[in-house]
Design a protein. Structure first.
Length: 110
């Protein structure tokens, strides 16, 4: 029961963190000035053309939340429990991969 509630909370927190502006990008403009942007991990993935990771995160999180809600409402099937655990672990792994990829991606402005 605790893992089920924790899974829902963690998946919501993942999407909050993915939408926070935690990265700062700087680029030299043709006029000589330096322009600065504050971007979220989702925005950086879109710029790096790797938005498939966001969709993968959404799929894992949705499956995890749906199976967690089913488990909370009394569906005590071992298959549902296994799917819930696998999708929660998958969501966590994809979140870590997204954070690593966005930390190492640099947009080129030319």
């Amino acid at each position: 029961m605790l893992i089920t509630i924790l899974s829902i909370i963690v998946n919501i927190l993942f999407f909050v963190v993915l939408n926070l502006n935690i990265y700062t990008d700087r680029a030299m403009m043709p006029t000589g000035e330096v322009r600065e942007w504050h971007r979220s991990p989702i925005a950086r993935l879109n710029i790096a053309d790797q938005s498939f990771l966001i969709y993968l995160q959404i799929v894992f999180a949705a499956v995890s939340i749906i199976t967690s809600v089913l488990f909370l409402f009394g569906v005590r099937n071992s298959i549902i429990r296994t799917i819930q655990l696998v999708s929660a672990i998958g969501s966590t792994i994809i979140f870590i991969i997204i954070m690593i990829v966005t930390a190492n991606s640099h947009a080129k402005y030319a």
